[in-house]
Design a protein around this ligand. Structure first.
Ligand code: NDP
Length: 327
């Protein structure tokens, strides 16, 4: 048995958390030898419902689940957290513009960043799932000056997994044979799913699928998959988002497989011309609890134009929250 890891999760009574918490407790995120102490956060109105979720977690009798604490106060909830999953966010309601969404989430992620700065463990790793995820992560990072910036990330792993799934479906290859897919930029409809360096059972994906399918089918399908799920299910994707959050932290903590990489939105170091500090999705390899942006990949004109467009959107979001005083 390893030392227990303290995992804080916000939005603990929400749909994504309902898929997430049981898998964390089962060991799917941190491995079969690592006990977990859960610290669950909610807004006051959802605490009663969160208590019900905690009862269900207890009823799982998970051998790895050492404790469950509940709070509606981020200054309490993040105490000692080694992993912080920021899942809760103000949802977009009818008639709300993206700018309204940024303004509604600014105070939440400002306070959470400050609380993480003050009370989380020295090795805290933060994953933001709540939308607009990249910019919410930017706000939290900006309000946590004592936490190294590279510990803040936002989730594009669901987009990454969706891209693998579409390639698998098209070629008939199992998902396990597909490597080196990349999501660039923002977790939004401007994201760029890129298979320019992807391999399928070791062969370049570009030898197995044609350019027209990639451009006219694959890219828009991955970009709009969230909307397609809402239409089909009558509710946002939740279990697949939870599964992607498990994958994101699993790989960050335990490493990416040899010869492969994953996609994480992390503060740019200037790679690929993305302005420094912007939280943008990149191809990354993970080892020893850290990650490295995969360097020096060639980008053709189509890819470069897509990257420029999604980065421009991220810059607009950043400028908006800076103007609002959140970062
Ligand atoms: P979900 O659990 O379904 O979603 C939570 C967040 O994840 C949303 O911002 C959602 O964005 C986002 N998200 C990111 N990627 C995806 C994806 N691929 N598919 C679906 N969602 C994605 O929302 P619920 O409304 O069920 O639950 C949210 C909970 O958070 C509520 O219980 C609320 O009380 C709580 N909350 C907690 C806060 C806190 O702890 N301080 C603050 C605010 C809310 P999108 O809206 O774009 O789908």
């Amino acid at each position: 048995r390893n030392t227990p890891v303290t995992v804080a999760v916000t939005g603990g009574a929400g749909q994504i958390a309902y898929g997430l918490l049981f898998r964390i407790a089962s060991g799917a995120m941190l491995g079969p030898d690592t006990p977990v102490r859960l610290r669950l956060l909610e807004i006051p109105a959802a605490v009663a419902s969160l208590e019900g979720v905690a009862m269900e977690l207890e009823d799982g009798a998970f051998p790895l689940l050492d404790s469950i604490d509940i709070s509606d106060d981020p200054w309490v909830g993040f105490a000692g957290a080694n992993v912080a999953l920021l899942v809760g966010a103000r949802p977009r309601t009818a008639g709300m513009e993206r700018s309204d969404l940024l303004a509604a989430n600014g105070p939440i992620f400002t306070e959470q960043g400050q609380a993480i700065n003050a009370s989380a463990a020295d090795d805290v790793k933060v994953l933001v799932v709540g939308n607009p995820a990249n910019t919410n992560a930017f706000i939290a990072m900006s309000n946590a000056p004592d936490v190294p910036a590279e510990r803040f990330s936002a989730m594009t792993r669901l987009d990454h997994n969706r891209a693998i799934a579409q390639l698998a479906k098209k070629t008939g290859a199992p998902a396990a044979d597909i490597a080196r897919v990349t999501i660039w930029g923002n977790h939004s409809a401007t994201q760029y799913p890129d298979v320019g360096h992807a391999t399928i059972a070791g062969r370049p994906a570009l030898e197995l699928v044609d350019e027209a399918w990639l451009r006219d089918d694959f890219v828009p399908t991955v970009q709009q998959r969230g909307t397609a799920i809402i239409q089909a299910r009558g509710a946002s994707s939740a279990a697949s988002a939870a599964s992607a959050a498990i994958d994101h932290i699993h790989d960050w903590v335990l490493g990416t497989p040899e010869g492969d990489w994953t996609s994480m939105a992390v503060p740019s170091d200037g790679s690929y011309g993305v302005p420094e500090g912007l939280i943008s999705s990149f191809p990354v390899t993970c080892a020893d609890g850290g990650y490295t942006i995969v360097p020096d990949l060639s980008l053709d004109d189509f890819s470069r134009a897509r990257l420029t467009a999604t980065v421009a959107e991220l810059e607009q979001e950043r400028d908006a929250v800076v103007d609002l005083g959140f970062a």
